[in-house]
Design a protein around this ligand. Sequence first.
Ligand SMILES: [Zn+2]
Length: 265
Amino acid sequence: MKFFTVFLLLLNLSNHLYALDCRIIRSQYQCPGNENYPVHLSFDDGPADVTPGLLDLLRREKIPATFFVLAERIDCNRHDAACQAGDATACTSLQYCQQHRNTLKRILYEGHTLGSHSYSHLHLSALPSVQLHKQINRSKQLLSPFLNTTPPVFRLPFGDGWFNRKQKPAVLEALKKAGFKHIAWEMSAFDWRQADQHGDTILHTVMHEICTKKEGVILFHDGDFEQEHRGRTFTAEHFAEWVPVIRCIADFKPLNYFYPDIIRH
Ligand SMILES: [Zn+2]
């Protein structure tokens, strides 16, 4: 009985401290009020070595997310011939490629949304028509066992073809023709910018974005289109510290909270 009373007291104390912490955090990040804003996390440029660790965290914290992945990362056949001919680099790439395929399976198994981020992260609006269609259709072909929504979702590399959609309508037309729905973002962590990868800069950006824009999809990166394997290590290493702080002002929602016409299967 005594133990239970102490337990209840501690529980009450920890709840109180948690609430108090969030008040401090709100004031620290100049986010007044006590409302939690609906936010959906999205991660681009993966899969990468850091993705499984991030998935562990999302599972622990029960946070749904969307991963917009590069199809090139799971195009394993392209390494086969060179590996069989004795090219050690090709064999290493093949091994990573197979791991990345398993990461995609895990993304699906753990209830997240998976979309295409093109085949190899080029500026799609600068490509000749044949190459543009190839970037979209090849990604669809390779990712089709993993794309888990109707319609399948796509995020354009660099937002190119979306920001400039009036000047470059061919990009969105090609996406539509391939059956994809484009998903942009309302908020960005700017975690791709190397200058921001120190201290609390990214967290501060995220808190400011959520507090001022109040709802929507937020862009992070787990991968790095310039490196095949490692990924955005700063984001992956710090995400566990950022989540409790972000949770003070955000309520994590699945993608179809913002896009009810997207059905996940
Ligand atoms: Zn990207």
